[in-house]
Design a protein around this ligand. Sequence first.
Ligand code: ZN
Length: 313
Amino acid sequence: MGNPMIPIVHHPAYEFDIGPHVFPTRKYRLVLDRLARENTISRDDVLAPHPLTDDDVRLVHTADYVRRINEDALTPGERAALEVPFSRELRDAMWLCAGGTLRTATLAMKHALAVHIGGGFHHAFADHGEGFCLINDVAIATAMLKRDGVVARVLIIDLDVHHGNGTASIFAGDPNVFTFSMHQHDNYPGWKPPGDRDVGLRDGTTDEEYHELLERNLESILARHDAQLAFYLAGADPYAQDQLGGLGLSVQGLRRRDDIVYGRLRAAGIPVAVTLAGGYASNTDDTVEIHCNTVRAAKAIQSGGRSTARTTR
Ligand SMILES: [Zn+2]
């Protein structure tokens, strides 16, 4: 097989107008366009999600929060904390997007790896949203797969530059979901509820140190947590030129990061569902390239090509 399929999940409704904003919702379309143009993916590989039901969303989020979203009854404080304008369109896009992360996970269980061109809204808590995140797609997909008996133990690898505060809070006290966040310490969110493994990085952390810490932490986590599925939040915002990040990674360093994650999970036999999460480079083209690299790295490992990641130390 010269051209192995990488299942890709996406919906055009993820792109909509939120006015002048640091969050480029067009990035998803630009990523797909570039990957299709270069034949990394085929348009035929792109699968559409189904929106979740309110019952699905309530597996993680409180009934009161879901009701107030649906009735457009969020308080002014809650709207401000979201940092994106609340609208029915946002609500519908996020229900669809959470369905996309669920579909990606289901495909990953079958194909060992699948990528959601979307998702990774890790700042949403059970009872409120913040930091561009209305509902927590990865948490809901995790809860649904556990409820349905598809998996019992899940690992969440969150390499966005910002701590996965909502995810950590939602799964605090759940021994079957291991949350690992490696992020810039002195950055949003100010309050970082503890996850199972939190690695807070110094400002300006560069490729080499980042890779070393990632290898070491993945090795010890995989040795002690026997997961049947991993979610990978492949944020593009640890990039040195990110407007909302303060780490010092290069585009090539982020590609190597992806290789390390895929290589370690492949060696451990754990399927991985990828979401893109954040990315706010001053030049959006850089964000698009970093996200494209995450899919290119997925294709490389799916082709059976040797991962560049070390599997032993
Ligand atoms: Zn982020």
